[in-house]
Design a protein around this ligand. Structure first.
Ligand SMILES: [Zn+2]
Length: 333
């Protein structure tokens, strides 16, 4: 594979704006003009001041062909997404810098899944391909600068980044975010928060809305429904409390405790601890919200207390493992 990449031949990937053709020395990359035109337009309009979201909505309104991808999600991938625009704007191949050998796939011994890992920089193969350039360096630089400004203003705001492949509902700070789906398009219904200032007091408002309608625009999903957070959550909490039986609470307790016990058997797996800890934390905050919103039973309160204690224990174990990862290891008893 490295040999092929060194010669600038295709190693089987796909890239919006290009096609591969079988040549005498293997597959070759070629500009595919209908898509290249879209790539140029995205760079130009973003550099010209349009936001990624406005660009997403506009491309969807015009039914501009989007990078197709075979996913297990199937029909839920529809139209342009903000993340697709961001991926295109971040790809330096478009100004002619082709970097090969950047990542390698390794098999996780625990899960057996293949994941991409970045190679050391000195193993990268950098190749200038002016023949494959879709935008010039000046435009690339202007887009880069704008992306950096936007990241500095909005990025890294302390939101917990969820691990790849994990369900977003476990990592949301909102009770129902991601758990309910749009009745029209099937996308997740997520919460949109806004702030308003009134007599020097800051108020936060949350509303549940279809995520596709919000992020991809009405041409992808026409569902403009917008329900205040408090209204929807109160209704659901009422229904939950009516439906919750002691057996359900028992099940929840047993399942959580089993997960915690499994952790104790394998103290070497710091990473596993942390993943499980995050999950427990999410579970707990959802439980707490549940109690805050409605009329809590003493039983539920007790279960929360148990989890909080275990979380503290878990934190201590993680702390201990981290310090044990240092060269000298001594037992404490
Ligand atoms: Zn929808």
């Amino acid at each position: 594979m490295t040999g092929q990449a060194l010669k600038g031949r295709s190693t089987g990937g796909r890239l919006f704006g290009y096609r591969t053709k079988q040549g005498p020395d293997g597959a070759e990359w070629l500009i595919f003009e209908p898509e290249a035109e879209i790539v140029r337009r995205i760079f130009q309009e973003y550099a010209g001041g349009l936001s990624m979201k406005a660009l997403t909505v506009r491309l969807n309104e015009e039914s501009v062909p989007f990078p197709g991808k075979v996913t297990r999600r199937g029909p839920t991938r529809r139209g342009w997404a903000i993340s697709t625009i961001h991926t295109i704007l971040s790809n330096e191949k478009y100004w002619g810098r082709w970097v090969w050998n950047k990542a390698m796939f390794v098999k996780d011994p625990e899960t057996g899944k293949r994941t991409a890992v970045l190679r050391p920089k000195d193993e990268w193969v950098v190749e200038d391909r002016p023949d494959l350039q879709l935008i010039n360096l000046d435009l690339w630089t202007r887009v880069r600068e704008r992306l950096n400004v936007v990241r500095a203003a909005y990025g890294a705001t302390g939101t917990l980044k969820r691990p790849r492949g994990q369900a977003p509902e476990l990592y949301s700070r909102h009770m129902l975010s991601g758990l309910i789906r749009c009745g029209i398009c099937g996308a997740r219904v997520t919460i949109q928060t806004s702030q308003r200032k009134k007599n020097d007091v800051l108020y936060r408002y949350g509303r549940y809305r279809c995520s596709f309608h919000v992020a991809k625009g009405p041409s992808i999903c026409p569902n403009s429904m917008s329900i205040p957070q408090a209204v929807l959550e109160m209704k659901l909490v009422e229904k939950f409390q009516k439906a919750l039986t002691p057996e359900m609470i028992d099940y929840l307790v047993a399942a959580t405790n089993a997960a915690l016990d499994a952790l104790n058997i394998n103290p070497q797996q710091l990473q596993r601890f942390e993943v499980e800890r995050r999950r427990l934390d999410g579970e707990l905050s959802n439980l707490v919200k549940f109690v805050v919103k409605g009329e809590p039973s003493p039983r539920l309160r007790e279960e929360i207390t148990v989890r909080e204690r275990r979380l503290i224990e878990l934190d201590q174990q993680i702390q201990h493992l981290r310090s044990a990862a240092a060269p000298a290891r001594h037992e404490i008893d």
